[in-house]
Design a protein around this ligand. Structure first.
Ligand SMILES: NC(=O)C1=CN([C@@H]2O[C@H](COP(=O)(O)OP(=O)(O)OC[C@H]3O[C@@H](n4cnc5c(N)ncnc54)[C@H](O)[C@@H]3O)[C@@H](O)[C@H]2O)C=CC1
Ligand SMILES: O=C(O)C1=N[C@H](C(=O)O)C[C@H](O)C1
Length: 233
């Protein structure tokens, strides 16, 4: 597979290493210093760029018929538009706030726990996410996906950053050193607490998941999720 990398930062470089190990070629590296794009040089694009540039990167690929794997967070107000442009151009798209196998299992566990807690009014849910100090968006995309998983399975109606309230999933974002990504969900009552936690030890799991998603998507049309790739429930 010939891959075009959009964003050649921490994730772009890690994906390059893993993709080459798996026999793929990186035929384009697009970043702020290199914005010349030869769309005929790659079969699929993998975008780990910035919230401000992701939509433009992704949709310019669709307009050239190139399928896209997107891991960039913080641009989802334009997600539905991106999906329409993908479908208009009859190509393929997978977005995931987190590509790691562990977090995708954690998403399932979160939904299952939420279903069990849904009727227990004595418990109040909150979330903490911890990331490195270079992260530009808060809360993390993963925390938003987890909050949506809780809201889909309980009476909680919205999520908010650092705000408490009866119907609110309260998310607290911490930025510390070089932490790759930690997410903790806590249900607390007056008498006890239940916590589930995922800790990424490094970025390899995210990168491997993105390359596996690209291998799975190539040759397909339409919009998919990591649930499809990993065959989860
Ligand atoms: N979905 C997932 O599994 C994961 C998602 N992420 C997300 O991926 C994104 C990138 O993360 P990192 O690599 O850690 O950040 P990074 O800051 O190390 O890399 C981002 C790169 O994008 C480049 N960039 C800026 N404007 C650009 C443009 N117009 N076109 C192409 N590239 C451009 C920057 O120069 C930089 O090299 C973030 O949104 C982060 O939240 C990070 C890890 C896992
Ligand atoms: O910026 C990061 O580093 C990460 N971003 C993603 C997110 O916002 O959830 C995924 C992972 O937690 C690392």
């Amino acid at each position: 597979m010939k891959i075009g990398l959009f964003g050649y930062g921490k994730m772009g470089k890690m994906i390059e290493n893993l993709a080459v190990e798996r026999g793929h070629e990186i035929s384009a590296r697009i970043d702020v210093e290199n914005k010349e794009i030869d769309f005929s040089s790659f079969d699929i694009a993998i975008d780990f760029s910035t919230p401000d540039s992701a939509f433009q990167n992704i949709t310019s690929c669709f307009q050239h018929g190139i399928p896209v794997i997107s891991g960039t967070t913080g641009w989802l107000e334009n997600f539905d538009k991106a999906v329409s442009i993908c479908n208009q151009n009859n190509t393929g798209f997978i977005y995931a706030s987190n590509f790691s196998l562990g977090v995708n299992i954690f998403f399932e566990l979160n939904a299952q726990l939420a279903r069990m807690m849904a009727q227990l009014e004595q418990y109040n849910v909150s979330m903490e996410e911890i990331h490195h100090t270079q992260k530009v968006d808060a809360p993390s995309g993963t925390a938003i996906t987890l909050a949506e998983g809780i809201m889909a399975n309980t009476p909680y109606k919205s999520w908010k950053l650092d705000e408490n309230g009866e119907d609110i999933v309260s998310i607290h974002s911490k930025r510390e050193g070089s932490v790759p990504g930690t997410h903790i969900i806590d249900y607390s009552s007056e008498v006890d607490s239940i916590e589930i936690k995922h800790t990424a030890h490094n970025r390899k799991g995210f990168a491997l998941g993105a390359v596996l998603a690209a291998e799975w998507l190539i040759g397909k049309k339409g919009v998919y999720t990591m649930k499809d790739v990993l065959n989860l429930s």
